[in-house]
Design a protein around this ligand. Structure first.
Ligand SMILES: Cc1cc2nc3c(=O)[nH]c(=O)nc-3n(C[C@H](O)[C@H](O)[C@H](O)COP(=O)(O)O)c2cc1C
Length: 155
């Protein structure tokens, strides 16, 4: 079983979880690079607006998901939605027939609608697990139990 952990992260929170997952599973790790600047106040405002309106963006990745059996995809939550970078990734690459898991980090509670829509984008995949961790818990390193339960589904 070849596993790829692929994430988008603006400020490093989702990246931290992605790195943990990849290390625990001895999986490959890749970052989705959004070619649109999300820096500063303008970038922040545009991030929220683009996410809210289901905008796509231009992305760069290193690894080809076709080379893997399981794809574990991470995104922050922006405006109750997943990011344009991950929306674009799920649109550009077919994950048909693959095992897929999603993880999110966010300021608030579990992003039920965003998770549901991500699942809808990969209905031809075998969705095996989801994980949502509050940003404060990531910062405080207080997510071991949640992460372990998620990893159990991916082994
Ligand atoms: C533009 C923007 C919009 C956000 N909207 C939400 C939101 O609707 N709900 C929420 O819980 N967190 C929201 N957040 C907080 C992020 O989801 C949270 O800080 C996340 O952990 C950041 O991940 P990162 O460090 O990997 O970029 C938002 C953050 C940004 C930048």
């Amino acid at each position: 079983m070849k596993r790829l952990v692929i994430y988008y992260s603006r400020t490093g929170t989702t990246k931290r979880i992605g790195e943990k997952i990849a290390a625990s599973l001895v999986a490959d790790l890749d970052e989705i690079l959004d070619q649109k600047s999300r820096k500063g106040v303008i970038g922040w405002l545009r991030a929220g607006r683009d996410s809210q309106t289901d905008k796509m963006t231009e992305i760069k990745v290193q690894k080809n998901p076709n080379d893997y059996d399981m794809i574990i995809i991470g995104t922050p939550i922006w405006a109750n939605n997943f990011t344009p970078a991950v929306r674009t990734y799920l649109t550009q690459f077919s994950l048909k027939g693959k095992k897929v898991a999603f993880f999110t980090t966010q300021g608030g509670d579990e992003p039920i609608d965003a998770l549901a829509e991500m699942k809808e984008m990969v209905t031809e995949s075998d969705i095996i697990a989801t994980l949502s961790i509050k940003q404060d818990f990531v910062k405080a390193n207080n997510y071991e139990a949640q992460l372990s339960a998620f990893l159990e589904h991916l082994r």
